[in-house]
Write a protein that binds this ligand. Structure first.
Ligand code: PMV
Length: 360
């Protein structure tokens, strides 16, 4: 598919006002997207587990204006007006306007809330942007009712990507691939697709306990980080490695080989941070407690042979990943050994999920 296919024909229906609502989850990348071209086109493919508990609920109310003017919208978080969210949404509206030409015809109220604590250091951009994109697609579907579900999901992912790259992996579940690559049939730089191959039962209900090691504002945003991959001395090798890792992951997902799975995802996480540490300017997002946690996970794994591993996103928090069958002992370990390295002892128990849901 090309971008052009997301530009709608004249709409069939007239819709004057209404409300739509979606809840959309966050996701955690196993193979990381780090480095992008224009408009959130990724430099390399990525694959993620869709999460279940960490999600954003968005209610979009719309009413048609008398005359077509500039974008007209208000944003609320937990019932409170958020003028500081306006610029990001405005940029998003500008980017997607060509694909959603009705945007200037309506006045919008965007009411959003997250299940995870505000300022927990968990990025709400993936769940937030995907929830908004889905609401806008629900309005477009009313204007153009013959739209298929497959097209709806693709375009929702496509629009989410224009809001925040990794958001395009939050529409569906449980495993999503984003970025053109030879290994995965149907993969695209434009949107996320469901991983289309066999996945072993070992990965059903896979657990992700998110340790809130540092809840502060990140010193370097992911936008800045992505841009530092331009001219990065290891960029080309890193992009090639992501393709190789994706092809290596396929037999691992099929056979349920958890040792190889852990080795691959931990190396991916550390490679992401190695790219940050070797860019110019260089930076470190891990904190002392991130390393404490990693070392304890390694020691515990060695001592028990349980299949506990970690991944990191662009921050200090640690995602502890493990199979559901081993959850009891590993959660006990997290509570007794790892929680002390979290701010206020906080962590969030999540697991692999199946994507966004429309609410009534
Ligand atoms: O979607 P962004 O621009 O916030 O970038 C996300 C980057 C990582 O979380 C580090 C990796 C990924 O693939 O999600």
């Amino acid at each position: 598919m090309t971008e052009q296919q997301f530009i709608p024909q004249a709409y069939a229906n007239h819709v004057s006002s209404g409300t739509v609502s979606w809840e959309s989850p966050s996701n955690i990348a196993l193979i990381k997207y780090w480095g992008k071209k224009k408009d959130q086109i990724p430099e390399n493919p990525s694959i993620s587990f869709t999460l279940n508990a960490c999600k954003t609920t968005t209610v979009l109310s719309y009413s048609k204006k008398e005359t077509i003017s500039d974008f007209d919208f208000e944003v609320y978080l937990d019932g409170e007006r958020k003028p500081d969210f306006q610029p990001k949404i405005k940029t998003f509206f500008e980017r997607v306007f060509v694909y959603l030409p009705f945007l200037k015809q309506y006045k919008f109220k965007i009411e959003t809330s997250n299940t995870f604590p505000h300022s927990s250091g968990i990025a709400s951009s993936a769940s937030g942007m995907s929830a908004l994109a889905l609401c806008l697609m629900s309005l477009e579907q009313q204007l153009q009712p013959e739209m298929t579900t497959a097209f709806f999901n693709k375009k929702a992912s496509f629009l989410s990507r224009l809001g925040s790259g990794s958001a395009c992996r939050s529409i569906e579940g449980d495993i999503i691939v984003w970025g053109d690559n030879e290994t995965v049939k149907g993969s695209s730089d434009l949107f996320g697709v469901k991983y289309p191959y066999a996945v072993h039962d070992n990965f059903k209900g896979y657990q992700d306990t998110i340790l809130l090691v540092d809840k502060g504002e990140k010193q370097v945003s992911s936008t800045v980080g992505h841009n530092l991959m331009h001219g990065h001395p290891f960029a080309q090798q890193r992009f090639a490695q992501a393709h190789e890792n994706l092809s290596d992951l396929k037999p691992i997902l099929e056979s349920g080989d958890l040792d190889s799975f852990i080795a691959l995802i931990e190396r991916e996480a550390l490679t992401l941070h190695a790219m940050m540490m070797t860019s110019m300017p260089y930076f470190i997002l891990m904190k002392p407690n991130t390393l404490e946690v990693i070392n304890k996970i390694w020691a515990f794994r060695k001592a028990t042979s349980l299949h506990v591993g970690f991944t990191l996103d662009a921050g200090a928090n640690v995602h502890v990943l493990y199979p559901k069958t081993e959850a009891k002992s590993i959660l006990e370990f997290i509570k007794t050994e790892l929680a002390i390295h979290c701010q206020n002892g906080q962590f969030i128990c999540d697991e692999i999920g199946f994507g966004a849901k429309q609410l009534q």
